[in-house]
Design a protein around this ligand. Structure first.
Ligand code: KG4
Ligand code: ZN
Length: 341
């Protein structure tokens, strides 16, 4: 029996909606980014984020239905991001999902945001096959996971302080770039001089698969204080910062493949859009005969498609909820999620 799952993502500063068909795949997705809204504050303002989700959730659902040539009555289940994320923002998605599901008399599925990111490369063609190693690199998380199958995840290592995306964003801020600065820093780095600055690669040789990025931010701060920040110097610092982050990520990902004896690496999360990271990973993983899988660029950053998809996958393993009660989990460990086949 084919099923259409509506997915609602509202964990941070993007309202993402999608409709996923169990046989035909993704039918439609719509997205509203709040980047412009938070820009002048240099970071996400939680209350503004919640209010904006309220503003956009229903119009985006209508737009997605229209794009897919579906009506509300075609929806068989509603998946929403239950966490981790900003509690107010999560509550908007959860309450819209549960209210709508109640009126349509369909089940809800509470989805872990990182499971969405983790499974997003399965929406692309070619898709990886289980088992694989996943490198999750977003604004809030940097983790290496072994993915045995849908719902069976083992944490191999993670950042002990800042996430990789945070390292990009904080370095970008120090260089006077807008928030979130990851993509802007990467662009600035294109005109940087290789080798002018060398930044530390914390925990590169720690022997485990953990990361640390907070020292990098301090090193970038020191450079910005020691030098006149003309455009070339800013680009040179951006170059060194990107090199350091990518170097650590690529090295640890390669070690994770070696230790787990696997050959497929899946990269998920916003930092997975970084071009240098992609080419470096392709190179080092390719050399050992492995392959790297990325979600399509539009599904690297937060989106509704990954939530609809993760929800649809979960529905194959477990029944959805029908009590229409909801709570959100601003902090939520992905390991708690494991469910057996
Ligand atoms: O996964 P995501 O959209 O949101 C979270 O769940 O955190 O990731 C956002 C992060 C931000 O830190 C942003 O600066 C970073 O991904 N990012 C990039 C690039 N595009 C987005 N970092 C480096 N290079 C990029 N091209
Ligand atoms: Zn995310």
């Amino acid at each position: 029996m084919s099923l259409i799952t509506l997915g609602i993502e509202s964990s941070c500063d993007e309202t993402g909606i999608a409709l996923y068909h169990s046989e035909r795949g993704l039918l439609a997705h719509t997205l509203h980014s709040q980047i412009a809204l938070h820009n002048e504050y240099g970071g996400v303002v939680p209350e503004l984020a919640s209010r904006d989700h309220v503003r956009y959730a229903l119009p985006l659902i209508r737009a997605a239905l229209q794009k897919a040539d579906c009506t509300l009555q075609d929806i068989d289940a509603i998946a929403y991001t239950q966490g981790p994320g900003l509690s107010g923002a999560l509550l908007v998605g959860a309450s819209v999902a549960c209210a709508l599901a109640y009126t349509l008399n369909v089940p809800t599925i509470a989805v872990h945001h990182l499971e969405g990111h983790l499974l997003s490369p399965l929406l692309s063609d070619p898709a990886p096959e289980f088992p694989f190693v996943a490198l999750l690199v977003s604004g809030g998380h940097t983790q290496l996971m072994r993915v045995e199958s849908v719902g069976r995840y083992t944490l191999l290592g993670e950042s002990v302080d800042d996430a990789a995306g945070e390292a990009f964003d904080k370095s970008a801020k120090l260089l006077g770039l807008d928030y979130p600065g990851g993509a802007l820093l990467s662009k600035l780095a294109q005109s940087g001089t290789p080798g002018r600055f060398k930044l530390p690669r914390p925990m590169l040789h720690s022997g485990d698969l953990d990361f640390s990025f907070s020292g990098l931010k301090t090193a970038v701060l020191t450079l910005t204080q020691q030098h006149e920040l003309d455009n070339q110097t800013r680009a040179d610092i951006a170059y060194a910062a990107q090199e350091a982050i990518v170097d650590v990520l690529a090295n640890k990902a390669l070690t994770a493949l070696g230790q787990s004896g696997l050959n497929q690496l899946v990269v998920a999360g916003g930092v997975g859009a970084n071009r240098l990271l992609r080419s470096r990973l392709n190179e080092v993983v390719g050399k050992r005969g492995g392959k790297v899988f990325y979600p399509d660029l539009e599904f690297c950053t937060d989106n509704g498609a990954m939530i609809a998809f993760a929800g649809a996958m979960r529905l194959q393993h477990q029944a959805g909820q029908r009590d229409y009660c909801f709570n959100v989990k601003p902090r939520w460990n992905l390991q708690e999620l494991n469910y057996a086949d």
